[in-house]
Every structure is written in C-alpha cells, then in structure tokens.
Write a protein that binds this ligand. Structure first.
Ligand SMILES: Cc1cc2nc3c(=O)[nH]c(=O)nc-3n(C[C@H](O)[C@H](O)[C@H](O)COP(=O)(O)OP(=O)(O)OC[C@H]3O[C@@H](n4cnc5c(N)ncnc54)[C@H](O)[C@@H]3O)c2cc1C
Ligand code: SF4
Length: 460
C-alpha cells in the first residue's frame, strides 16, 4: 500500500470518440488486473478516511482497496456488497469527483484513488468468478409491497430479501430499474448490468409485477391489504417548465420524454417516431447531467449539430465535470451565460429560440451565485428541435392523499427520521422524498428503510 509515489492516478481507458458516438455502448473500459492492483495500492489507508464519510453509503473503501491490493478479491467483493446494494452500478454512475474521490486524501496534489472504477471491477470480476451475494434461506413470514423499481425500491428489496422478508415490486414500466433503465443512457450504464441485478433479486425470491401502475392497474389500498408494510419509491420525473411562449410546440421536448423514448426504441418497445433528431439542429437548454445525456444521445442519434445553452458557466454547472468534458469531446457546442426567453414557430413547428445574456452576481443563502439577465441582450437562434433539461418535480399521484401521505410545499413526500410517512406503516425514500437527486442516495434510503422495517417486524 501507500504506493502513490510509484503509480500516478490513472483513469480507465475511454473508447475513441469516432467509434463511441456511433453506438450506445459504454464509453469507459474496465481496468485490467494490473491496473486495478496498482491503483488500489496507492491508498494510504488513512486513520480517518474522508472518502468513507463522503460516500453516502459509507462504504468500506480503504478495506476493499486493501483487499484488491493484496489480491484477496473475495474479501473485497464481500465487503463492497455488504454496504452497497449494487456497487458495479454506483462505480459507473456516481459523480465521484464530488463524493468519495473528491475527499480522498491524495486528491490534494497526487490525484485521488480511482475509487469508482475499482468498485466496478470488484463486483464484475467477482460475479465472473462465481462469487455470490448471500440471501436468507429462512423466511420470517412477513412481506413488503414496494411501489417503483428504481434504485430506492431495488435497494430496499435487496436488504429485505437478505433478511428473509418476502418482497413484491409493483412497477408501471415494462422493465425494472426506474431511471437506471429509462433515464441514464447506455453509454454511461450498460442495460445488461441492471438486468443482471434484477434477475439476481428474482432468483432470491423477488416477485416483480411490471406494467402495473398503482392507482390505475391496482389500487394502493389493495397493496396495503396484501402486505405487512408498504414503500413508495416513485421518483420525481415530472419535467419543470420555464413557462415561456410556445414551450408546448411541435419540436420542443422535455428531457425525460426524449431520453426514455430513445431508450424504448433501443429496447424494441413502443416509441414515438416523431421524436427524431436525425439531421436536425438541436438546442439543449440546461447544464446538469440530464442535459449532458440529452446532448450525447442526440449526437448518437445523428443530429446535424448540438448546442447547449446554460445560464451559468462550465465551473458552475450542477452536474459532473467528467460528463461535460465527454460532451465537448463528442462534438457539442456550449454557449454559457444564456437563458431562454421565448420560442418562435412556423406553422406550429419550432423554428427558433430567443436567449438573453446573463451574468452572475453575489451569492445567495445557498452560497450559489445568482443569475441576472442583461437588459436588451436578446438573440434569436435557429433550431429544428429544442430539448428542455431544467429539472424535475414529483408527480404526486392521487393515492398519496387518499392514504393520508403528506407532501411538502414543493410536492416531496414528508417522512420521519425512520423513513415512515405521515401514514403509519407506509415508508418512502429516494427522489420522491428528496426531489431529483442521485442513485447512491436513493440506494442509501432503501437500505436504511429496510433496517427499520426488519427491526419493527422482529420486535413485534
Ligand atoms: C437523465 C438522467 C440521468 C441521470 N444520471 C445520473 C447519474 O449519472 N448518476 C446519478 O447518481 N444519478 C443520476 N440521475 C438521478 C438518478 O437516476 C435518480 O436520483 C434515481 O434514479 C432516483 O431513484 P428512485 O428509485 O427514487 O426513482 P426512479 O429511478 O425515478 O424510479 C421510480 C420508479 O417508480 C415507478 N413508478 C412511478 N409511479 C408509479 C406508480 N404509480 N406505480 C408503479 N410504479 C411507479 C417509475 O416507473 C420508476 O420505475 C439521473 C437522472 C436522470 C433523469
Ligand atoms: S457508492 Fe459512490 S460515493 Fe460511495 S464509494 Fe462508490 S462511487 Fe464512491
């Protein structure tokens, strides 16, 4: 260990740009045996590892890095899969630069350990060697109904099945995974990786009811009747609108409408063929990870040009810097300090969009600089397609109100410290509670609610 003077930080190789923009396959390759050992050996094994504190799951990072460095992959696999419901997914999609790697001691001059890439390697290599995740063989005679199969629901299901609880997931889409499946594109997360985890849970006893929308195909009250506890993990995917003229015109799409439609097409499911960017000039509005996903998806779908307009600058983007860099590499143009004002149409179809210039003023209570529009700075840009990626709100289906589940001022489900909602024995977590957030935080919520539910079952 402590070999950071012998080995520099190395990131996994990326596929060449000209090759990767032709398909939706993953951009990053997996480390090989030597690379992963060298990177793990760089760890200084600090007494007080900040990486663990910053990881929302408080993963045993130094311990599994030591396992890999000492070629004890089985130990690393066990430790990694104990605190995390799907390390190979988090290793791919976490914004490590602002989580574990951001607080790695070596980040101060030597370059952080590539924690996420080692994490991905451990579980993938472990699976290929036949290592297994332990699930309970003995049932405790209780069951939980989970609404939504996103990372919050899948994480909860994982830890309940490990404790011997029967689990049924009710999912309105035809495939499980939530935004892992229909939001995050395949070039960041191969769909087979999610499918493997879902199959693993099904083999451990998970009952998965897809194409089953709660409130439409089954009543919420029936789920309550059928199970000893219920979890609402329905996410937060209703698009935020800017409220500008012609925002609902032909040729203007909301980010999730666009991304999930392309994913459905790639899966061979029913999709809307009118959402087609091939040969078109595409404008993406927004600066977060979702905007980057729309940009890179448009490029892969054969757009003529893709330009992103964002009201701050590259240093103040809310998403991962890595994804911005990848978007630039793949040919997107970025216009910063630019905010949308109105959309112009011809025969009901989008023809252009007017942006005003912005500047940043003093920081607000959150510490973020405020955006100020510059007067008389309007500029019209021609566009064939506009994709709005400006964030999400919760959907708030009717069953929340009828079952006494309270929501707050912006529509998020209110929960206590134990994850229970205002209605007894109904729990919630993930984006439905936090608003649009991260996979790892949804996974954390699922894990913690599982502990609470199991304790309640065992103590009654
Ligand atoms: C385009 C995009 C890219 C992202 N990229 C990243 C990233 O790179 N890294 C990262 O950490 N995070 C990323 N995120 C955020 C991350 O995906 C979410 O924070 C996370 O998926 C939230 O998990 P969840 O389980 O709470 O909800 P979701 O993943 O939204 O899952 C909710 C599930 O509930 C189902 N559902 C809803 N209502 C009902 C109902 N009435 N009946 C039955 N089922 C229902 C939905 O179909 C869905 O399957 C991204 C988000 C988007 C939109
Ligand atoms: S779960 Fe995310 S934050 Fe935690 S160690 Fe893995 S990549 Fe880092």
């Amino acid at each position: 260990m402590q070999n950071f003077l012998s080995f520099d930080r190395v990131e996994p190789k990326k596929r060449l740009v000209g090759e990767r923009v032709k398909d939706f396959d993953e951009v990053y390759e997996v480390f090989d045996k030597v690379e992963v050992k060298n990177q793990s050996e760089r760890c200084v094994q600090c007494g007080d590892p900040y990486c663990m504190t910053k990881c929302p799951l408080h993963n045993f990072i130094p311990q599994w890095l030591k396992g890999v460095a000492e070629t004890n992959l089985e130990l690393a696999f066990k430790l990694s899969n104990e605190t995390s419901p799907f390390p190979e997914i988090m290793g791919r999609v976490c914004p490590q630069d602002v989580l574990c790697e951001g607080d790695c001691t070596l980040n101060d001059g030597h370059g952080a350990i590539t924690i996420g890439s080692v994490e991905r390697y451990i579980t993938e290599k472990g699976f290929s060697k036949g290592f297994e995740i332990p699930f309970a063989h003995k049932k405790i005679g209780k069951s939980v109904g989970i609404i939504g199969s996103g990372p919050a629901g899948l994480s909860l299901a994982t830890y309940l099945l490990r404790a011997g609880v029967d689990v049924t997931i009710y999912e309105r889409d035809s495939k499980a995974g939530g935004l892992l499946t229909y939001g995050i594109p395949g070039f960041k997360l191969d769909k087979k990786v999610i499918q493997n985890r879902v199959e693993l849970l099904q083999n451990a006893g998970l009952v998965l009811k897809t194409n089953c929308e709660v409130g439409k195909d089954i009543e919420f009250s029936e789920i309550q009747k059928n199970h000893d506890a219920t979890f609402i993990g329905i996410g937060s995917t209703k698009a935020k609108k800017v409220g500008i003229e012609n925002e609902n015109s032909d040729g203007v799409f909301m980010a999730m409408e666009f991304l999930s439609n392309i994913q459905k097409k790639l899966f061979g499911e029913n999709f809307n063929s009118k959402i087609d960017v091939k040969g078109k000039n595409v404008i993406v509005v927004g600066g977060g990870d979702t905007a980057m996903d729309c940009i890179r998806t448009s490029i892969r779908e054969g757009a003529k040009s893709v330009t992103c307009h964002y009201r701050r600058d590259s240093k103040n983007m809310p998403g991962s810097y890595k994804e911005y860099r990848n978007s630039v590499e793949e040919g997107a143009e970025f216009i910063f300090y630019s905010t949308p004002k109105s959309i112009s149409t011809e025969n009901g179809r989008v023809a252009g969009i007017t942006f005003a210039k912005t500047e940043l003023s003093e920081a607000d209570e959150s510490g973020r600089k405020r955006v100020v529009e510059i007067a008389n700075s309007d500029e019209v840009v021609e566009a064939d397609i506009i994709i709005m990626a400006l964030g999400f709100n919760p959907e708030n289906p009717k069953f929340l109100e009828t079952s006494g589940v309270k929501t707050n001022s912006w529509g998020g489900i209110e929960i206590s410290k134990t994850g229970e909602t205002s209605s007894s024995n109904i729990y919630s977590g993930g984006d439905a509670v936090r608003g649009a957030d991260l996979v790892v935080r949804a996974a954390f919520d699922g894990r913690e609610v599982a502990k609470e539910i199991v304790n309640n079952f065992l103590n009654k």
